[in-house]
Design a binder for this molecule. Structure first.
Ligand SMILES: [Zn+2]
Length: 866
């Protein structure tokens, strides 16, 4: 919070400044009393209504006073008015709303009124394509007059200094956004993962708060551009008829193998004509739609080896950085965009062509090409942060090289995806790049995406947002705004983040931190969290935050904001700790520890998700790509159901597992754990199957690997009677496991199988009238047929799953057939292939699956002596 004296100093300056202008300040609220009304058009657009609500709400937060909002035809005759949006009175005041630049705003004061009139779209206020001139004007006034700052989504991150009086200085100016597109994608990718993301309600609340926050930072655009990897469906559409439009690689047109990504033969004039024909047809269909031609290559290097494409490349440089090799094709793509533009202007002289400077056409062109300014080139810097000085310079040289062609530049980075949930701070290098580009012709941005780690990456995120409206503002001033939100703790919080920035910067040269700055590493960063951010780094940081908490003292809001940072730090520390357990670096650690650590992490997230400290959807998506599904046994012992068991017979049955599985065995004193383990290849994957045997008390007894194509017979002596567990991780291959102890079963309730597996038996408890089995085939075309058999050997139910979605099967239990073991067999489907599928047995059933009925186990300690 800013101190009162500092606020009044600002107020004095405002008065002096406005005194030099035409008229005295307009008083909206005086000593806690409303002196103005907010006036909208008689039937305002949704955007103008939203702008009014935002203005009223922030004035209320500052003063406790709510100004009334009235329609123009019902406005009182006298008093101060705050006109918002395209009102009739604006024309009388000489404002020509139609003449405003796209998303522009006219701010004008008269003796009795403030006009905030913008170029607005008709759409939903939250939609990025709804032009928001009036809303941007409201935010500008809130920032200037009330010193409002939005540090992160939600109430706690909204800084509104308190005051009794609000007066607006004299305005007579037209504003328009510095960038015609300001895009920071929300980062709400939601993928299945072993950890918990948001709850559905938590996700909805976060999404809404972040949308509001992004609009407050004027995220949006003047024109609804449409671009992105343009030709991904084209091989399927045109491959047969026009193979010559596609890359020529090793003498063949099209993808090098079915389903692989491909690039285009971008020098083909017939391809250019077809792209323009489609664009023209699209415009005819939707005249209000996008004006631009999409010339962005697919998500792959430009690979065509045809003579014409290679001739377009120009002479190759003597040395090509490895990351672009073996061939740089920037000139080829520049000529491609120019060729598209030459055709498009025949239809529309204002036509815009968009392209990405990406992969092996990221470096600037090698020849002195000239591109039309209506060609928009988005540079996609491949270098993530932190960078060496040379790397930082390379990114600037890339920008300037493209700028020399005469094209219009936009920034289209992926580097803000880096950092996972960690206090990964690179704000100085980032601002240095952004401000250089802003000063050198940047006209738009498109950041993919926000990590949303507000409590650990706050300064970087705030500067990213703030530079979109104030690209020229010195970085230290922007950071001072951020830190001032922590009131008396500002200096301590600055030390805290400076320390993390130094830590992050040092990762560049640290051994073992390979690729800290590398593209493609962001999505698996959770694998290395504990190595990059060791426990000692968290201990030191926690000390700095404790100092901040003391400095906050009695300032309640400052203390809450420091507590928010502490929450983020604790979360990051927990995640790094889980990463260490999941990585299994410690040979003594039980694989079940990871499952327990993940449960603790999920509980922490559930408790705190409403604070918006972290985008948990993003966090768990990274974890899904970084961490293997852990073992989930909670340590509860099991015991056998029937003392005598029949031999397994020949051939021995086996569980055919894909992914992980846990076998629990009830061992008598002196008995060894016994199993057979075979590893079979699935696809082109050489990973071995890994296994760990854990004895009573969670003690690791033995661990090892089985190479693909090999088999082993495990005999692991146990130190005492009790439950032993075998944890198997197939690493995407197939693990065939036979549990050889008398009383042993696979732990459910959910198991992922691959190919044929032996039938499995499960117990249907006494008194149960029906139970549920849920089956899903993992991929389209991979199906499975299941057959349920009752204790008498009768077929009780069958089902075939022929799609990805889970399908539940309810099975009735006839009288006399409960309290006994049933079985389920998996068979080849009538259509498709039997490959990946999962089964989940209902919660009404004990979660154990055995090779034979008499080998089943149940939870809890053994009843009698062994
Ligand atoms: Zn070609």
């Amino acid at each position: 919070m800013m101190t009162r004296s500092w606020c009044s100093a600002v107020a004095v300056l405002v008065v002096l400044w406005s005194g030099l202008a035409r008229s005295a300040p307009l008083v909206l609220i005086e000593d806690g009393v409303a002196r103005a009304v907010v006036v909208t058009a008689a039937s305002p657009t949704p955007l103008a209504s939203y702008a009014a609500a935002e203005l009223v709400e922030h004035l209320r937060l500052a003063t406790g006073v709510s100004l009334p909002v009235v329609a123009e035809d019902a406005a009182p005759a006298a008093g101060v008015r705050l006109y918002l949006g395209p009102v009739a009175a604006a024309a009388a005041a000489g404002i020509d709303a139609a003449a405003l630049p796209p998303e522009g705003t006219r701010l004008l004061t008269t003796a009795t009124a403030l006009f905030i009139v913008g170029d607005d779209g008709d759409g939903a206020p939250m939609h990025a394509d709804t032009r928001g001139g009036t809303l941007w004007g409201v935010y500008e006034v809130l920032e200037r007059v009330l010193e409002v700052r939005w540090l992160w989504p939600g109430e706690l991150g909204t800084v509104v200094p308190s005051r009794r009086t609000v007066a607006v200085p004299s305005y007579d100016e037209t504003l328009s956004p510095r960038l015609m597109q300001r895009q920071v994608r929300p980062g709400l990718i939601v993928r299945p993962s072993p950890t918990r993301g948001f709850s559905p309600a938590g996700l909805a609340a976060y999404r809404q708060a972040q949308e509001v926050f992004l609009r407050r930072h004027r995220i949006g655009r003047s024109t609804p551009f449409r671009y992105g990897h343009a030709f991904e469906s084209w091989w399927g559409l045109y491959g047969e008829e026009h193979p010559e439009w596609f890359q020529l690689v090793a003498g063949r047109r099209g993808p090098t193998s079915p389903g692989r990504r491909f690039s285009m033969c971008v020098s083909d004039p017939a391809l250019h004509r077809h792209i323009i024909d489609l664009w023209r047809a699209g415009r005819a269909e939707n005249p209000a739609g996008a004006r631009n031609v999409n010339g962005c290559e697919n998500d792959i290097a430009g690979l065509c080896e045809c003579e014409r494409c290679q001739a377009w490349d120009g002479p190759q440089p003597a040395e090509i950085p490895r990351r672009f090799g073996p061939r740089v094709v920037s000139d080829r793509y520049a000529r491609f965009w120019q060729a598209l533009h030459d055709l498009a202007v025949q239809e529309d002289p204002q036509a815009i062509v968009m392209g990405y400077a990406y992969v092996n056409y990221a470096p600037p062109p090698l020849t002195a090409l000239r591109l039309h300014p209506n060609i928009l080139v988005g540079t996609v810097p491949d270098l993530f942060f932190p960078r060496s000085a040379e790397e930082q310079q390379w990114v600037k040289d890339q920008w300037m090289g493209w700028r020399q062609t005469g094209c219009t530049l936009f920034l289209r980075p992926n580097y803000t995806l880096h950092g996972y949930v960690l206090p990964y701070i690179y704000v100085h290098q980032f601002a240095d790049e952004f401000q250089f580009e802003a000063a050198n012709g940047m006209r738009a941005t498109d950041f993919d995406s926000l990590t949303g780690q507000w409590a650990t990456q706050g300064p970087t995120n705030y500067v990213l947002m703030r530079l979109h409206t104030r690209p020229e503002q010195p970085l230290d001033e922007i950071l001072a705004e951020y830190y001032s939100g922590f009131g008396p703790a500002a200096a301590a919080v600055r030390r805290y983040f400076d320390t993390w920035e130094a830590h992050t910067t040092a990762l560049l040269g640290a051994p073992g931190a390979v690729g800290a700055s590398g593209i493609g590493r962001w999505s698996t960063l959770a694998k290395d969290a504990h190595r990059l951010f060791p426990p000692s780094s968290f201990a030191a940081a926690a000390g700095l935050l404790a100092e901040a908490r003391r400095a906050a003292g009695a300032d309640g809001v400052a203390a809450q904001r420091v507590a928010f940072l502490e929450l983020g730090l604790e979360h990051a520390r927990l995640c790094a700790q889980v990463a260490a357990v999941v990585a299994g670096d410690d040979a003594e650690a039980s694989p079940f520890a990871a499952g327990r650590a993940l449960r603790d992490l999920a509980a922490f997230r559930e408790q705190h998700e409403g604070s918006f400290f972290s985008n948990l959807a993003f966090a768990s998506t990274i974890e899904g790509r970084s961490w293997a599904m852990p073992a989930v046994w909670d340590g509860t012992p099991v015991h056998g159901l029937s003392p005598p068991v029949a031999p397994l017979g020949e051939p021995e049955p086996a569980f055919s597992l894909r992914g992980s599985g846990t076998i629990l065995a009830d061992l008598a004193a002196g008995e060894a754990f016994r199993a057979r383990l075979r590893a079979q290849r699935v696809g082109a994957n050489d990973s071995p199957v890994q296994w760990v045997v854990v004895g009573p008390g969670d003690r690791v007894l033995e661990r090892g690997e089985v190479a693909v194509g090999e088999a082993i017979d495990l005999v692991v002596p146990a130190p005492s009677a009790g439950t032993c567990a075998l944890f198997v991780q197939s690493n995407l291959n197939r693990a065939l496991v036979t549990a050889r102890n008398d009383h042993a079963a696979l732990l459910g309730p959910k198991v992922a199988w691959v190919s044929e597996t032996a039938p499995v038996f499960f117990m249907v408890p006494e008194g149960l009238k029906a139970f549920t089995l849920t089956l899903s085939a993992t991929w389209p075309g991979e199906n499975v047929r299941l057959r349920v058999v009752d204790p008498e050997g009768n077929e009780a139910a069958t089902a075939e799953v022929a799609s990805r979605g889970p399908q539940s099967l309810s099975v009735e239990v006839p009288p006399g057939r409960a309290g006994k073991a049933w079985s389920v067999a998996f068979e080849k489907p009538t259509q498709g292939v039997l490959e990946d599928y999962t089964i989940e047995i209902g919660p009404e059933l004990p979660p154990f699956l055995a090779h034979r009925a008499d080998r089943l186990v149940q939870s809890g300690p053994r009843a009698g002596p062994p």
